[in-house]
Ligand binder design. Sequence first.
Ligand SMILES: NC(=O)c1ccc[n+]([C@@H]2O[C@H](COP(=O)([O-])OP(=O)(O)OC[C@H]3O[C@@H](n4cnc5c(N)ncnc54)[C@H](O)[C@@H]3O)[C@@H](O)[C@H]2O)c1
Length: 370
Amino acid sequence: MSNPVRIGIIGYGSVGSGPYTRQIRRMQQEGYAIEVVQVCDVSEGRRQVAKELLGVDRFSSNHADIIENDNVDLVLVLTSMNEHGPLAKAALQAGKHVLVEKPMATNLEEAAELVTLAKSSPGYLVPAPHVILSPTYQAMWRRVHRGELGKIRLARAFYGWAGPSWGQWFYRPGGGAHFDLGVYNVISLTGLLGPAKRVTGLAGTSIPERVVDGEMMKVEALDNAHICIDFGEGVFAVVTTGFTIQKYRCPAVELYGDKGTIQMLGDDWDPNGYELWLNEVGAWQIHEETDPNWPWTDGLRHLVECIQSGQKPMITPEHGYHALEIMIKAEQAGRDGQARTIESTFPALNLYEKEAEQDSAHLIHDRTQL
Ligand SMILES: NC(=O)c1ccc[n+]([C@@H]2O[C@H](COP(=O)([O-])OP(=O)(O)OC[C@H]3O[C@@H](n4cnc5c(N)ncnc54)[C@H](O)[C@@H]3O)[C@@H](O)[C@H]2O)c1
């Protein structure tokens, strides 16, 4: 077995102690050589939680203790968003591998520094979200890129909910629905359709006050948005997102091509299979979810595998930067009505790797039979 990848966690709040702790335990049960050596949170109260959930005694309220710890190979940055950029930068500079929750930074200057640093740093930088790793996303990507749907002309993606009742930072500058929610859809769509050329949209604050952490607070970040993305050659997409949505039953991602339609069910961070219409078949085909337990924290498994194999991660800092540029400029466009050009690009995804797995094996319902 290879040497264990030694993990230091910075930020042990809701996702640190919940989904990422479950992912770490799951990976250990599956035989991955990983161990958590230290946890950091500015809140001392998280010390006991880390001890109980991870059995880790080493706790610090100062992130430098993780970043300077020679026994840490991989730093997980799971703090509130404004801290992501500076913490990821410090960890990369210290030669660590870094998984940073989304967005990788809350402004383009910090994100650009991370992209540059990641090129020269010995450590890999994997920015969340990890939606491109799900088997359903990859199956859809391959169908699109094998040309089964013809040229994709139009797309939509959707994700929202009523919004967190914890973490006032979600509703302050550096937070908001684009960074917290829309980011999944923006990564999904650009991963499928390639780099965006231009954005516009509507973005604003619809619920001016909320109770968060038991206190009424003023909402300063956007909580309601449609992001319109122009991919060039007349190909358009829209992302609908907000902390204003109680429930929905629409697909997560819809792609409309010259030969058919494909739509992901569930959410792109928690897919539930996909539906496919091909003109030549003339019926909807429903593809069952192949991995109902796929976790949105899967980037950790991917990063650990890359560290152990020496392969470059499929999730790139350039893609994270591109998504951030789209979100920031869509917010600006939403506020002043002026469309913005997108300057950045990112390496095209190549998800053909797992082609061997039968993409059509899980067709449960072919309505031609009805
Ligand atoms: N909550 C979700 O459902 C969810 C899902 C996916 C991703 N995320 C992302 O995960 C991140 C964390 O979200 P959360 O819901 O766990 O928030 P949270 O507020 O519950 O936890 C963040 C933790 O980070 C700590 N922290 C802040 N600054 C720090 C610093 N400088 N050093 C050390 N600790 C620090 C806080 O004390 C807190 O315990 C966010 O980026 C969010 O976008 C959240």
